[in-house]
Design a protein around this ligand. Structure first.
Ligand code: SF4
Length: 474
């Protein structure tokens, strides 16, 4: 285990700054443990960064301003724990822009880092950590998701919500010792959403927070923990028939043997959990039709004697056709279909949905639109990940959704799943206020088509509030 910081040093030049930086970099592994609450709820990541920043601030003779500027100049070679510590130090010194820049470097590398997101927000609002508008709003809100749902991940970990919204796993599917539904971490997360601090939820990526649509807290409300989840999201296979640059570098299709192993794991560990689930979503990780494993899961679930329409399909849509409905037995088993599209024209689609064919997609959407109009499914939603290449098509995308008969349109921010370098990600992430097209994005967000009741701006809702007074860009 790396040692704690030496608080007796008196740095005065770049060599000393580098030495402090290396000392902090050596604490990265502890920081990552604390991000996952592996040393207990009290020893969390924010507290760890606060302690490191306090250590630095208490050093007599430290040229804090020089250190922060040195860190900004060298930010690309510095670890996340160090960047966040320097960013918090800058925040406490009211060096708002320095704090924002340093924390933004972490954000562009790692969308699971909640500390950096919160520092960026505080720096943008020129306030202390925990005193942002989102923090004030959240203090009077509650969320029921950790009492109702869970999501499986590719690395066999289990979360309550999408890992971008809530990055801390509550346990593992294949863990022997512990019931993840009632684990110590699960209890801590439930506490945080019941007491209003929402310490483990992303203010940026959770759409319920970004769109400010969590329920108000009721006095003396204490929610019982049910025996099992009402909703389960299966996201433990990344296999997909296309390879979108927003998600991966290349095609991911697991082989037959790995797929069989997942089938066995599903049968042993997950199927019993699904017995009482009212909703099962397939999938947040790849494609339900492009994955051999998920096709077999769907077939198994559809052949069960279970309540009708409990499946929610999240798909790229290309293989969502009548043949799939017949082969997998999906008729009467599906309540909703969400289709990730990201484009309103064929050229953009071919770039952002690498391997996909726009005409084929439109054919599938036509089929899904017919199902929706006939009442064979209850909801059809089209999704759009907003990025530099497509943000000027958001209004047209709402029109496209209307043409194919979708009920809802959902926009969300681009995230770095670890597949892009920070530098590349910064070029793509038009939602970053340092992006050259950011103000153009704000003007696009003022488009009245995006204010229609069927449009959910999800994690972009905060930006639209900012865009409220901006004229539509012509
Ligand atoms: S606030 Fe969002 S991230 Fe947190 S538990 Fe609720 S749905 Fe999940």
């Amino acid at each position: 285990m790396a040692s704690e910081l030496d608080t007796t040093a008196r740095p005065s030049d770049a060599r000393d700054f580098e030495k402090i930086c290396l000392e902090l970099d050596a604490l990265e592994a502890i920081y990552l443990r604390r991000r996952r609450l592996l040393d207990g709820p009290e020893n969390n990541a924010i507290r760890y960064i606060e302690e490191r920043a306090d250590d630095l601030a208490s050093r007599g003779g430290l040229d804090a301003e020089g250190l922060i500027h040195w860190a900004r100049d060298n930010s690309e070679s510095v670890q996340r724990v160090t960047l966040n510590t320097f960013a918090l130090l800058a925040l406490e010194r009211k060096q708002w822009e320095d704090a924002r820049k340093l924390a933004s470097e972490v954000v562009s590398r790692d969308h699971h880092d909640l500390v950096s997101q919160r520092i960026v927000d505080a720096a943008s609002e020129k306030c202390r950590l925990n005193e942002t508008e989102a923090d004030r709003w959240l203090s009077g809100r509650r969320c029921s998701a950790p009492f109702e749902q869970l999501e499986t991940r590719v690395n066999r970990s289990v979360h309550f919500c999408c890992s971008a919204w809530q990055p801390i796993p509550i346990g593992r599917i294949d863990g022997e010792d512990e019931d993840f539904w009632t684990s110590e971490i699960a209890t801590e997360i439930r506490r945080s959403v019941s007491e209003g601090d929402f310490s483990h939820c992303s203010r940026w990526h959770c759409p319920a927070i970004a769109a400010r649509r969590l329920a108000k807290a009721k006095p003396q409300e204490s929610k019982p923990v049910p025996a099992s989840p009402r909703r389960v999201i299966l996201s433990h296979d990344r296999s997909c028939n296309i390879s979108c640059p927003s998600c991966r570098k290349e095609l991911i299709l697991i082989d037959h043997a790995s797929s069989r192993r997942l089938d066995e794991l599903f049968e042993e560990k997950l199927l019993p959990l699904l017995a009482d689930a009212e909703q099962i979503k397939v999938t947040g990780s790849g494609d339900p039709f492009g994955s051999r494993h998920f096709r077999s899961v769907l077939k198994a679930l559809c052949s069960q004697d279970a309540p009708p329409r409990r499946l929610q399909l999240h798909t790229n849509g290309l293989l969502a056709n009548e043949r799939a409905w017949n082969d997998l037995g999906l008729w009467d088993n599906v309540s909703s279909v969400w289709v990730s599209v990201d484009a309103a024209d064929a050229e953009t689609y071919s770039e952002l949905r690498r391997g996909g064919d726009f005409e084929q997609l439109l054919g599938a959407l036509k089929f899904l639109g017919v199902l929706r109009r006939a009442g064979a499914i209850e909801s059809l939603r089209l999704d759009f990940v907003v990025q530099a290449r497509n943000f000027d098509q958001m209004g047209n995308f709402v029109d496209l959704a209307q043409r194919v008969g979708a009920d809802k349109v959902y926009f969300l921010r681009l995230r770095n799943w670890g597949h892009e370098s920070a530098e590349n990600f910064r070029k793509l992430d038009v939602c970053d206020q340092d992006h050259p097209a950011y103000h153009k994005l704000l003007s696009r967000l003022a488009d009245p088509r995006l204010a229609q009741p069927n449009v959910d701006l999800g994690s972009l809702a905060t930006l639209r509030r900012e865009a409220g007074t901006t004229r539509v860009y012509a």
